[in-house]
Design a binder for this molecule. Structure first.
Ligand SMILES: [Ca+2]
Length: 491
């Protein structure tokens, strides 16, 4: 393992050297060439867990106090047709990291055919795939992940082997605790780099400590471009979300609301640090969620005004609240309803950083025209179509305002996976103007139905469908004899 990590370190210092060299050279050559090689923007992606569209004040919540994210929206843009590629954690995160549909990188199902990776999974994000961190590093970026990874807990799959200089957080979901599988799963590990520093971690303090780590990272890297990926652990996967004592019992929505308000506090701390460090104007901040709020009884999170909840292919599960802020570049106080997705972040960041995109095919698009509010800018997904997959199954498509639900003999449901499969009929909705999907309009728009069915067939060929591999799919990573992550053990 030592021989593995040394070249990585060497590459990193060479990259930093290269960036400094370019910066110094441009200073020597005068202001014109300096402008051409000016410091590229920093990127901060705040990616909360199992959080619904209707959970933020700026997206309509009357229950939660989220002044810091609301301010972010007032100073930036709200994206109201921003999608994750899956209603569950692992596939959704795989797409953000790689710019690909989960099926393309084979993380749409776990090693056991389930929805997400579990502890000691032999499967993980293939180290041969190119992550956002690996795109940005050669352009001189410092890269850190703070929160929850969930793309494999075995050494070759960890973020430190996938382009991140730093990792502080948990390797998978906050509910994957030893008591669920006492014979095999370890206590929930808190990791720094590749070491387990505590187990079990006290989940009450995860958001607070993660925030403090982010602030230190910003401080340390204020003089060079950075990518801070902050996949917060909360509200998370338990029915009793965690928060630190300063927030516990303070919201109007129980433990869920307390954790939402602590996430908002965290955002405020990060924004204040950017201002203090003079990085405010050159940092693109993106705030969104990995999938919608989960259906609970009594209800906790809200996906309003969309139908459904997390874990399936409903709008509630996959259409996320999203705010982007970059003063002077993203027009303040605007709303963009063009379809875009977490898969677009990698190619967009690559262009903004002047970095080379991955060599292998990806699914996302450069959406700079949408970010910058260019007049008449249209979603690149309107032609290609956006696919909604549940596990192995293609279930729906969107292009422009239209969402088509495919007719399926056995539609895989949300809670119980394959066991819950039920027949589903073809339905078409205008999800731009009828966001609650109240008017089924397939009979009025046969041309749209025909076009989207053709898009579905193209997607099946490339990405695949239930029982049908796609020609563009690539293998996931795989290890034999997976081992638990334990304290005091060097990997
Ligand atoms: Ca999730």
């Amino acid at each position: 393992m030592i021989s593995d990590s040394q070249p990585t370190r060497r590459r990193r210092s060479q990259c930093r050297g290269a960036w400094l060299f370019v910066a110094l050279l441009s200073l020597a050559l005068g202001p014109v060439s300096f402008a051409a090689t000016a410091r590229p923007p920093n990127f901060i992606v705040i990616f909360v867990d199992n959080f619904g569209n209707g959970d933020l004040g700026c997206f309509g919540s009357k229950l939660h106090r989220t002044p810091n994210v609301d301010r972010l929206a007032a100073e930036g843009a709200k994206f109201t047709s921003f999608y994750v590629s899956s209603g569950v954690c692992t596939p959704s995160r795989a797409s953000l990291m790689t710019g690909c549909y989960p099926r393309r990188v084979n993380l749409h199902v776990s090693a056991k055919g389930g929805a997400v990776l579990q502890p000691l999974s032999p499967k993980g994000l293939n180290p041969d795939e190119t992550t956002i961190a690996e795109v940005l590093k050669p352009a001189g970026y410092a890269t850190g992940i703070f929160g929850k990874w969930h793309l494999g807990d075995q050494p070759p799959f960890l973020p430190t082997r996938q382009g991140f200089d730093e990792f502080f957080g948990i390797p998978y979901s906050d509910d994957m605790t030893k008591d669920k599988s006492p014979d095999t799963w370890p206590e929930l590990p808190l990791m720094r780099g590749e070491n387990v520093i505590e187990a079990p971690v006290d989940r009450n303090y995860l958001v607070k400590r993660t925030t403090e780590e982010v602030l230190r990272f910003l401080e340390r890297h204020r003089d060079r471009p950075f990518f801070a990926y902050i996949p917060h652990t909360m509200p998370g996967s338990t029915a009793n979300p965690f928060s630190s004592p300063a927030f516990r019992g303070k919201s109007k929505n129980g433990e869920y609301g307390d954790s939402v308000e602590e996430l908002d506090w965290s955002t405020g701390e990060i924004m204040a640090a950017l201002k203090r460090l003079g990085l405010d104007d050159n940092t693109l901040v993106i705030w969104t969620s990995d999938n919608g709020a989960v259906r609970r009884n009594p209800p906790q999170g809200s996906c309003a005004p969309y139908k459904g909840y997390g874990y399936d292919t409903s709008e509630g599960a996959m259409r996320m609240p999203c705010v982007m802020r970059w003063p002077g570049r993203i027009p303040a106080g605007t709303i963009c309803d063009e379809l875009c997705s977490t898969m677009d972040l990698l190619p967009t960041f690559a262009r903004l950083a002047g970095a080379a995109p991955p060599a292998k095919p990806i699914d996302g698009y450069d959406i700079r025209p949408l970010l910058f509010g260019q007049a008449g800018a249209k979603s690149p997904w309107d032609d290609a179509g956006f696919c909604y997959y549940r596990l192995e199954q293609l279930q729906a498509l969107r292009a422009g305002p239209w969402k088509l639900y495919l007719p399926l003999e056995k539609k895989i449901g949300s809670a119980a996976g394959k066991g819950a499969a039920k027949p589903a009929s073809l339905e078409l909705y205008d999800v731009r103007n009828d966001v609650g999907e109240e008017r089924e309009v397939s009979a009025q728009h046969p041309d749209v139905v025909k076009r989207l069915l053709a898009v579905a067939e193209r997607a099946r060929g490339e990405i695949g469908d239930l029982g049908r591999p796609g020609k563009g799919q690539r293998p996931a990573g795989w290890v034999e004899n997976p081992k638990p992550l334990l304290p005091g053990k060097q990997l």
